[in-house]
Design a protein. Structure first.
Length: 90
């Protein structure tokens, strides 16, 4: 019984360490995506996203904060997406 517990503990530690080391890594391919690409891939996944010119810049900031939480987006991705959406208002 002790051997099984030791094996289970070691296995759990290896799984945890692996997930911690690889879970924070973002590939260059993902990191180099533009705001337009991220908007197209993420925002239309669950709903019909508003077009870039539909809201003003303040509203895009509010939407970005809300969707960062709801869609589990990174802060960097939200900044890229909102910058893209705001560019239609300039």
């Amino acid at each position: 019984m002790k051997k099984i517990l030791i094996i289970f503990a070691v296995f759990s530690i290896v799984i945890l360490a692996t997930s911690l080391l690889t879970g924070c890594y973002v590939s260059a391919k993902v990191a180099n995506k533009s705001g337009a690409q991220l908007w197209g891939e993420n925002c239309n996944r669950c709903h019909n996203a508003p077009a870039p010119g539909e809201l003003n810049n303040d509203n895009w900031d509010i939407v970005g904060t809300h969707m960062q939480i709801r869609a589990n987006l990174t802060k960097t991705d939200v900044e890229k997406i909102t910058d893209f959406l705001k560019s239609a208002n300039n």
